[in-house]
Design a protein around this ligand. Structure first.
Ligand SMILES: Cc1cc2nc3c(=O)[nH]c(=O)nc-3n(C[C@H](O)[C@H](O)[C@H](O)COP(=O)(O)OP(=O)(O)OC[C@H]3O[C@@H](n4cnc5c(N)ncnc54)[C@H](O)[C@@H]3O)c2cc1C
Length: 288
């Protein structure tokens, strides 16, 4: 049960939602899927005076093909990201990341934008969007600004979003046709949050060749692994990529799921697994 009283607003337009945020500022919380916000309010960890639902707005859950990029609405549910034909065709890595999030209920309520704003370091979308070079559009009554993932993700569960801003869209360059992708996660059990994860995207001709690692520090780390793979895609290249992942995870945090040292070792293992699987997928022409 949520103990504290709050005002609930369900605006129909983005302009109304922005005006409410502009008026109430940090006393206000946006509600997207509620998969994180509701438990946090139930535990009393957040006690907003005003909750503004984004669930009645139109125009925040679209998938727009804008030439070289897909523009995704922040209110897209994980289940839609996993199944949408354009996302599966042009951003197979993102679709794979979405498909493994939580359980059926979480995937049908939780949203792309809510997950990115919550910025849990081991969330599936963080490493995937960073690997894919996403840009995020945030709006307020003051206007609009675009941020890269390295600008947006600031620290553990902390983003560059101001209290009066809404994340409205995520723009992601299409993966080249025939790309190989793989999203590999270490979870205790099916449906549990990842502990460490790696997202690899490898295009034909190794353009691009990247692996993003999550759960090993406050923000995702992206490695360009084209140089290693150009020397051959054998054990030596994979070992070198694993070593780089281990180094990049030097600030891995310790919590009840595992020590920093364990996470560093898992960064090595999962980076290699993701790159191996992405190379196999590349050889299959990107078909899963
Ligand atoms: C049982 C369970 C298992 C889960 N497993 C996984 C998992 O395996 N992998 C994974 O990555 N995640 C997992 N999650 C988290 C899930 O993906 C959530 O959906 C996500 O973290 C929050 O998204 P939401 O849409 O529910 O946001 P909400 O809970 O509604 O909001 C989260 C925060 O973001 C803010 N916010 C939301 N949307 C916007 C916006 N557009 N602009 C500005 N601020 C906004 C809210 O004010 C709030 O502070 C799990 C959650 C649960 C409950």
């Amino acid at each position: 049960m949520i103990a504290g009283e709050f005002e609930f607003c369900a605006p129909k337009t983005l302009a109304e939602a922005l005006a409410l945020l502009g008026t109430h500022g940090s006393a206000c919380k946006l509600l997207a899927g509620g998969m994180t916000l509701v438990p946090v309010m139930t535990l009393g960890l957040a006690q907003p005076a005003v909750v503004v639902s984004l669930n009645h707005l139109s125009g925040l859950d679209g998938v727009e093909d804008a030439g070289g990029v897909l523009r995704l609405g922040a209110m897209l549910r994980h289940a839609t990201v996993a199944k949408h034909p354009s996302i599966r065709e042009h951003l197979p890595l993102l679709a794979a990341a979405a498909a493994g999030i939580g359980d059926v209920q979480v995937r049908h309520r939780g949203t792309l934008g809510g997950s990115l704003v919550h910025a849990e370091p081991a969330a599936d979308y963080l490493s995937a969007t960073a690997t894919l070079g996403a840009r995020l559009c945030v709006r307020s009554t003051r206007g609009e600004r675009w941020l890269t993932t390295s600008e947006f993700f600031v620290d553990v569960m902390t983003t560059a979003l101001a209290p009066d801003e809404i994340l409205t869209a995520i723009e992601i360059p299409k993966q080249p046709a025939g790309s190989g992708s793989a999203h590999k996660t270490l979870r205790r059990v099916e449906g549990a949050f990842p502990i460490v994860l790696a997202s690899a995207a490898i295009g034909p001709g190794l353009a691009p060749a990247r692996v993003g690692i999550g759960g090993v520090g406050p923000r995702p780390v992206v490695l360009d692994v084209a140089d290693e793979l150009r020397r051959g895609a054998g054990d030596a290249a994979l070992a070198a990529i694993g070593d780089r992942a281990f180094e990049a995870a030097q600030h891995a945090l310790t919590d009840l799921n595992g020590s920093g040292a364990y996470r560093r070792e898992m960064a090595r293992v999962y980076a290699k697994r993701a790159v191996t699987a992405a190379l196999a997928n590349l050889r299959a022409g990107g078909r899963s």
